[in-house]
Design a protein around this ligand. Structure first.
Ligand code: DER
Length: 235
């Protein structure tokens, strides 16, 4: 089974199980897996007449909502979200997530924090026992550009490893988030065991750190599309 097909079956199952006729406000995550969730949601809106308002977590998510003729909402008018559906870069056995591989972690975490249910969809390459087992690009940390050098130094001094400034691919210079910030990808020693809740809190204490890609205790459920065509569920 292709990775895209694995993403699709996870996304469809999650949308079908969590978006009910009474569901009113849906958080739409970012990345490639969510594209399949939006496809399924748009199909159900058309065939079932679902009346949902969609809250984006990035410019990309906003484009997906608009291009699929779904109703675009915002947190000003819809601060209480029934269900947010999003991807992840890795999920450990405690449902701790690494997110931000697509650089959208700040708005994703805000939307997830406003959601009654936060459902993760992913392919089998994201399903790990420990963080860092499969995802080798480091934990994304969104930082204010002004302070990225001292923040990088502090992270490396306090937590070890290496915090690399994420460079853009199709433009010269660093990747700039939808919020005008930089991202440091913290490459940690994955052979060690970490208290991710503590790490997340300590990272957020560093002046200039806006948000981390560690989503601890936030996910309600995760769906993984597996290579054999099944969908593995993690409650
Ligand atoms: O940037 C993000 O947090 C994305 O949701 C990412 O974690 C998942 O992206 P993918 O669905 O393209 O793997």
């Amino acid at each position: 089974m292709s990775l895209n097909e694995a993403k699709r079956i996870a996304a469809y199952k999650a949308v079908d199980e969590w978006i009910k006729p009474h569901t009113k406000v849906v958080g739409i995550g970012s990345g490639s897996t969510v594209v399949f969730a939006v496809d399924r949601l748009a199909e159900r809106v058309k065939t079932e007449g679902l009346q949902v308002v969609c809250i984006p977590t990035s410019f990309q998510a906003r484009q997906l909502i608009v291009e699929n003729n779904l109703t675009l909402g915002d947190l000003d008018r819809f601060p209480h979200i029934d269900c947010a559906i999003d991807g992840a870069d890795e999920v450990d056995s405690d449902k701790v997530l690494i997110k931000g591989g697509g650089g959208c972690l700040l708005q994703e975490k805000i939307v997830a924090s406003c959601a009654e249910k936060f459902v993760i969809i992913a392919d089998y390459t994201k399903n790990s026992q420990k963080l860092g087992e499969q995802y080798k690009k480091g934990i994304p940390i969104e930082v204010v550009p002004l302070g990225y050098v001292p923040i990088k130094a502090k992270i490396e001094k306090v937590f070890g490893g290496e915090a690399k400034l994420r460079m853009a691919v199709s433009k010269a210079g660093p990747c700039v988030t939808d919020n005008g910030n930089f991202i440091l990808d913290w490459h940690f020693d994955s052979s060690k065991t970490f208290d991710w809740n503590k790490i997340n809190s300590e990272l957020l204490q560093i002046a200039g750190v806006v948000e981390t890609g560690l989503f601890v205790g936030m996910a309600t459920k995760a769906y993984f599309g597996m290579s054999d065509g099944s969908v593995k569920e993690q409650n």
